[in-house]
Write a protein that binds this ligand. Sequence first.
Ligand code: HEC
Ligand code: HEC
Ligand code: HEC
Ligand code: HEC
Length: 174
Amino acid sequence: MVSAAQRTLAWISLGVASVLVCIFPLAASSRPPENPHAHFTAPETCPRCHVNSRGEADPGRYSAGISAFCLECHRKENLGRTHPVDIRPADRHANRSLKVEIPGDFPLDEDGRMTCLTCHTAHGLFLSSEKTFPSQRPEGPTSGGGSYYKTFYLRRSSPVRGFATLCEACHEKL
Ligand code: HEC
Ligand code: HEC
Ligand code: HEC
Ligand code: HEC
């Protein structure tokens, strides 16, 4: 026999369950996803990228191990566009498209070499209300009714011209 108390309990759980079902899909679509690089702001992480001077992370000096740090979590095969890193733009080999001046906001490491962070920001935004490239789809609507797009943490991009603006910081038209 099912007692009245058990039946009441069953109804209550059903009620709770339906409330949860109603709330969670909404919550999931109205809240933009968290920045997956939030751990970069943990004090013990600073020296993975910044050279320490006088016991503090030096904001203008970058360690040589940055790309290896990124590859602790990202697989080489999943980087999308590939680009050589660890090369020194100052060496300027055969690539005739390369400009002489690398813009100052494209940081090189202590040895003057390109790292992943030459193109990607470390403290930049994960999401933006502006598209990173023309055909980009939004991450989903937010509670405010706006759309958010992944920035891919790129130092340059354009809703009209996409990644070309990034490449053109260093290369003549590729
Ligand atoms: C993943 C690598 C990385 C980590 C981890 C990191 N930084 Fe940075 N930091 C950079 C780079 C690259 C820049 C240049 C600007 C950018 O990329 O956002 C920078 C810029 C800065 C600046 C200059 C101001 C600015 O935002 O441009 C300060 C100050 C700074 N970092 C402090 C820190 C401190 C303190 C920590 C640890 C809590 C830290 N950083 C962790 C790579 C890193
Ligand atoms: C502790 C793990 C971890 C480290 C270290 C790390 N990342 Fe990430 N990164 C993630 C996760 C998780 C995401 C979320 C998307 C994903 O799973 O690819 C992400 C996203 C990204 C994205 C955007 C991709 C997208 O789909 O929006 C880029 C670009 C990126 N990382 C570059 C870097 C670079 C460059 C470094 C080194 C400075 C780095 N990551 C270090 C975990 C990490
Ligand atoms: C020359 C500039 C440049 C360098 C150097 C570079 N990237 Fe990127 N990266 C890009 C661009 C542009 C995109 C977005 C286009 C794409 O996904 O193909 C991207 C995309 C990514 C993504 C997201 C891929 C996806 O489609 O979800 C990750 C993760 C990433 N890069 C990590 C890295 C890591 C780790 C390194 C260093 C080993 C690195 N990048 C070096 C320009 C660069
Ligand atoms: C910070 C400057 C910088 C940026 C930004 C940059 N590059 Fe480069 N690129 C270089 C340097 C340096 C080389 C090596 C040139 C050499 O040694 O001849 C290079 C080489 C290349 C090569 C020759 C590849 C090879 O394997 O030798 C291609 C292709 C290329 N870049 C495409 C791109 C594209 C596409 C983008 C934009 C997503 C881009 N680059 C952004 C600096 C940059």
